[in-house]
Design a protein around this ligand. Sequence first.
Ligand code: AP5
Length: 246
Amino acid sequence: MSQVVFGTRTLTNSANTKPASADSNFLPGPVLLLGAPGVGKGTQAKLLMAAHGIPQISTGDILRANIASGTPLGKTAKSLMEQGQLVSDDLVNQMVADRLAQPDTHRGYILDGFPRTLNQAEWLDQHLAATPQTLPVVAISIVVSYDHLLHRITGRRISPAGRIYNIYSNPPATSGLCDVDGSVLVQRPDDSEAVFTERMKTFDTQTAPVVEHYRKLGRFQEVNGDQPVDQVTAAINAALLHLRQA
Ligand code: AP5
């Protein structure tokens, strides 16, 4: 898929994929972060990326980078995303295959927002089974009560570099501006209450069965996302260590 852009945020280089964790011998392997819109997948994936020196692969971020660049994929994805619907499995699977082939994935990676349908999950299982010397995938599902999700979605603001804020739970020091580089924060077009309702319906019908798929396969843990960010991070790290030692 030559015309797909991955975006500067989703590609890393060797200089910034060095593990920051105390135990640099720990091999994370492929990690799936599952959960409904707004549970904190992106927030936690960025922290895991920094701690373990592996890339975050967010299918939502890649699609948004393609919309911003006006690629054919972006043109196809734009209206679907604005309506809270999924982009087709074939397009997304190919996009993920291309991204997993990048050299920064050799120690592992965090898949954030993929797989989202049973078809994508089955494709991924087969793709990984055909990839030599890959650790088995581990899946961590973040769970947050429905009532909190709407606040998280409508309160979210993001910087052009992908830093995530929330006007209720994690506001910037100066309203509307990124703490790190002073850039103007924006709201995602799909973060309205109306589109959130559609995204939740899509999650319940198409993605909830994916969570059950990995629960049944094993190497799966659920984490309570209804707690402060650092406590969610600690729970995910504990789950990851446990699943890799199992
Ligand atoms: P995508 O970008 O993946 O969106 P999503 O899955 O709906 O998830 P979000 O990004 O909304 O939330 P998040 O869980 O990352 O939460 P965050 O950390 O930002 O997908 C968008 C669209 O792209 C889809 O609808 C679809 O159209 C398309 N798409 C993507 N992948 C696809 C695929 N595989 N197949 C087909 N189509 C696909 O946190 C949310 C807010 O909460 C933030 O403001 C944050 O600061 C705050 N927060 C986080 N943690 C906490 C906490 N512990 N306490 C309080 N606040 C918190």
